[in-house]
Structure formats: structure tokens, C-alpha cells
Write a protein that binds this ligand. Structure first.
Ligand SMILES: [Zn+2]
Length: 258
């Protein structure tokens, strides 16, 4: 798997298992998806479908072209579809519901989890093998953590996790007060401290820190704040391997045995 893009300008994650290839969100242009896939030796024509987390433009802007040019199937909540259908056009949609597992091709089971964000029906996804092993957790654009999410994502192999802002940098930043309030609210975004708490509770093997704010966070601060908390709660055997995605660096593919 590989995070192709992850910041406020656009988000998309590539997932490959066996012969099947999927995206989680398509918030970048088709040409950028093509370019990013090419960098990791993959082709857009090999994609089977896209699962969508919510309707914000940085998660859906590529849907219309992906649908028209590449005839892909999209898995998304009905309410999200209603919100985006003007922009996305007539897509091949399969509707999903919170708590209802669905099959993604031959090899994967996906569980949609309810999250708190200022969207109509935002979801996080836990992707499992057909044997029930949690392989990939995708938690982005989430304002508040809870035990339902922590229990669900426990011991996932690869966790793609929002670490949007450093609390200190956000407070000091020149963002207007209403925007700071929105980011910090229960419908906003996860801070580095939130991310650290989630990691300590769920104990993933690999963490991909993503959806990082350009102004209110940076790689060094995110890693320092998160590793500081993790080192106080996790021993070396449960300390995860960290990868950071900030939109500027080249995409790094992550491989895991399942
Ligand atoms: Zn959002």
C-alpha cells in the first residue's frame, strides 16, 4: 500500500492485494494519481475501485474523471453520494453503512466506523483479511477519539492516521480564531497528541502519519511529540515503525505480509 497524497490539498491512498487494486479516497486529479502510481510501478488501468470516506473536496475531487475515464466502482455511504452526485456525475456506486462489513474483491473485508467530523456521514475504515485479521486502518478527518474506535482498530498492522496539527503550533499560528476553533472542535481534526494516544491504545506495527497541516505541523515536530508520548507508554517490542507523509516528499510504498 502507499499513501499517494495526504494534506489539505488532496488525499488518496493506494491499496494492493493479490491481483486487486483499490484507492481509499480520490482527492487529487487523475493525472496526479497516474503520476504517483507510476512512481511506485503501478498503473491506473489496473485499479478496481475506490472507497470514499466523506464528501469534502480534498477527498473526492478526482471521482468524476476516474469514473468517466476508468469506469471504476465506488463504495460510499448513500448520504455522501447525495452530497457529491452533482460533482461526481453518474457513478457506479455501492452504498455502505456504518458497522456493516462489506467484501472488497476476493481478499478483503471492510468495516466502516462512525467518526466525528463536519461532514454528512464521515467514516473511518478497518480493512481485514478474509480470516478476520486487521490489516489496514484508515482514520483521517476525525475530531474526537473514543473507545469504540480504539477497540475496533486494536492491533491493526498498518495504521494510516491523521496527525493534523501540533496543539502549540496551532495556538501560535496566524489562523483566524474561528478556524482554530473548527480544527480543535469535536468535528475537526486530530492533533499529534491525539494521534499518540490512539497509537498507544491500538498498538499498530506500522504507523503512517498523514493529513499534516502545512502551517500548524511539520515532520520533526509531529515525530517528536508523538514519539515522546509513545516512549512513555510502549516498550520497545510494541513501539511502531513510523512513516510520515506531508505531501512534499516522494510517496513511499509499504509492504506487509498477510
Ligand atoms: Zn474533511
Amino acid at each position: 500500500m502507499c499513501v499517494l497524497a495526504s494534506d489539505s490539498k488532496g488525499n488518496s491512498t493506494f491499496l494492493s492485494i493479490g491481483e486487486e487494486r483499490y484507492l481509499i479516497d480520490a482527492g487529487i486529479s487523475v493525472s496526479k494519481i497516474k503520476k504517483k502510481l507510476f512512481e511506485i510501478g503501478e498503473e491506473i488501468s489496473e485499479l478496481n475501485g475506490v472507497i470514499i470516506t466523506h464528501e469534502h473536496i480534498d477527498h473526492i475531487s478526482g471521482i468524476k474523471s476516474l469514473s468517466e475515464k476508468h469506469k471504476l466502482r465506488f463504495w460510499l455511504p448513500f448520504d455522501t453520494y447525495q452530497k457529491i452526485k452533482k460533482k461526481a456525475g453518474n457513478i457506479d456506486a455501492e452504498f455502505i453503512e456504518i458497522g456493516e462489513e462489506f467484501e472488497l474483491g476476493k481478499n478483503l473485508i471492510v468495516v466502516p466506523y462512525e467518526i466525528s467530523h463536519d461532514a454528512i456521514y464521515p467514516v473511518a475504515y478497518l480493512i481485514k483479511s478474509t480470516k478476520g485479521e486487521p490489516i489496514v486502518g484508515h482514520l483521517m478527518d476525525c475530531g474526537e477519539l473514543n473507545s469504540y474506535l480504539m477497540d475496533g482498530f486494536r492491533n491493526v498492522k498498518i495504521l494510516i492516521l491523521e496527525s493534523n496539527h501540533s496543539f502549540d503550533l496551532l495556538l501560535k499560528s496566524d489562523y483566524p480564531p474561528f478556524l482554530k476553533q473548527r480544527i480543535l472542535s469535536s468535528k475537526g481534526h486530530l492533533s499529534n497528541w491525539d494521534a499518540a494516544k490512539f497509537i498507544c491504545e491500538t498498538r499498530p506495527s506500522i504507523v503512517i502519519l498523514s493529513h499534516m497541516s502545512e502551517k500548524n505541523n511539520n515532520i520533526e515536530t509531529a515525530l517528536a511529540e508523538i514519539e515522546d508520548i509513545c516512549s512513555r507508554h510502549l516498550d520497545s517490542s510494541s513501539f511502531p515503525f513510523f512513516v510520515v507523509v506531508n505531501g512534499k516528499e516522494r510517496s513511499v510504498p509499504i509492504f506487509a505480509d498477510i
